[in-house]
Design a protein around this ligand. Sequence first.
Ligand code: ATP
Ligand code: MG
Length: 139
Amino acid sequence: MTERTFSIIKPDATKRNLTGKINAVIEESGLRIVAQRRIRMTQEEAEDFYDVHRERPFYGELVEFMISEPVVVQVLQGDNAVARYREVMGATNPAQAADGTIRKLFALSVGENSVHGSDSVDNAKIEIAQFFDEADIVG
Ligand code: ATP
Ligand code: MG
């Protein structure tokens, strides 16, 4: 089933000029980048985006990290895009990520882990709507 998922290329990656290399891994996986924009997240956007982690000990650090440098927000489209992109990203902790995954290739640590991808189709819809107008997604 063709689906859409939401992706963020995080500050540790934009800072190291890895946008193109990460996009190459995404495209080689068969996923299509159907919308993309480079932004600086506001503190409020980062807090809202990671609201589910508000009670976790790393929440403050996570929000500070996400606003520390520009990020690239993206909509990816393809067969089973949500699960497929989770596979392409690899485990949250790069030490546990499989060979060839974005996090194995590029991530620095469990916090500075280079990319975000939605964890369900419902959350993908919510996250896409937070950053994109439907008219700006060209599938
Ligand atoms: P994401 O939601 O960014 O795609 P994920 O779903 O693999 O990643 P989550 O459990 O949702 O992981 O955590 C969200 C983000 O919070 C992680 O990607 C990471 O940047 C940060 N994070 C998670 N666990 C830790 C931790 N123990 N210490 C520091 N940061 C963490
Ligand atoms: Mg997550």
